[in-house]
Design a protein around this ligand. Structure first.
Ligand code: CA
Length: 242
């Protein structure tokens, strides 16, 4: 009976979502390493450590700890198709800020004109700001108004879907905090229908506005998007895919 019970419990796990994410081409950075290269668990899109990105206790296992100083405290991947979306991407990650006295960039791909592509920023006010650029234009800047991510030393689960292919502008960018869709933006201009292709590195977090805090369990869909069902599952599990 014990064996049957265990089997039954196991069979109730929503492994279909795990397989669904894999089938969609998800890459996962679990950020378990103490230092050096951070392994891409599913596709081998490993991230280089440009200084000494440290390790802390994460939302699941260990995480990457950034000190918010200097210009080389980040993880990166040289430009390639796997880190350069065209008209869509999905990004899910846990973040935990140790300080919020200045703007901090969490993710970027191409920040300098004419190589701008996208940046996700945590402002000092706790607002998330999203920069998107299409060929030949400067950044379009979206900004979440409420809620604010203004509690220090608190894990937040952030999800972003960029869908430049959508006909309706309000459908082209979506944000979730802790599994809940964000509806309050104080800036939502016309979202680009495709992203500029930049030769710059993909970085977590970034150089110019360094991040002071922890990042864990990053899931990346280079030319795909998450469903609400997948977001709910990732948030509930606090650990994903692998
Ligand atoms: Ca982890």
């Amino acid at each position: 009976m014990a064996r049957r019970t265990r089997y039954k419990k196991f069979s109730r796990e929503p492994t279909n979502i795990r397989e669904q994410l894999k089938a969609k081409g998800a890459e996962v950075w679990k950020l378990e390493e103490a230092s050096g290269t951070r392994v891409g668990s599913l596709l081998g899109i490993d991230l280089s450590d440009n200084s000494t990105v440290n390790q802390s206790d994460g939302i699941d296992g260990s995480c990457a700890q950034f000190d918010g100083t200097g210009t080389n405290d980040y993880l990166s991947r040289l430009d390639e198709a796997a880190v350069q979306p065209t008209d869509r991407f999905g990004l899910a990650m846990w973040i935990n800020a140790d300080a919020m006295s200045s703007n901090q960039d969490i993710v970027e791909k191409g920040r300098a004109a004419p190589e701008e592509s996208f940046i996700i920023r945590l402002q000092s006010t706790g607002r998330v700001q999203i920069f998107l650029s299409e060929l030949g234009t400067t950044f379009t800047q979206l900004r979440v108004d409420q809620p604010r991510l203004d509690s220090l030393n608190t894990w937040y689960f952030l999800v972003f879907n960029y869908k430049g292919f959508e006909a309706v502008n309000s459908d082209r960018f979506q944000t979730w905090y802790d599994g809940v869709p964000v509806t309050s933006y104080d800036a939502f201009p016309t979202v680009p229908t495709s992203l500029n292709s930049s030769t710059e590195e993909f970085r977590i977090p970034t150089i110019d506005f360094p991040f002071n805090g922890m990042i864990d369990e990053v899931v990346w869909l280079v030319n795909n998007n998450f469903t609400q069902e997948e977001i709910d599952w990732m948030y509930d599990k606090q650990v994903v895919v692998v």
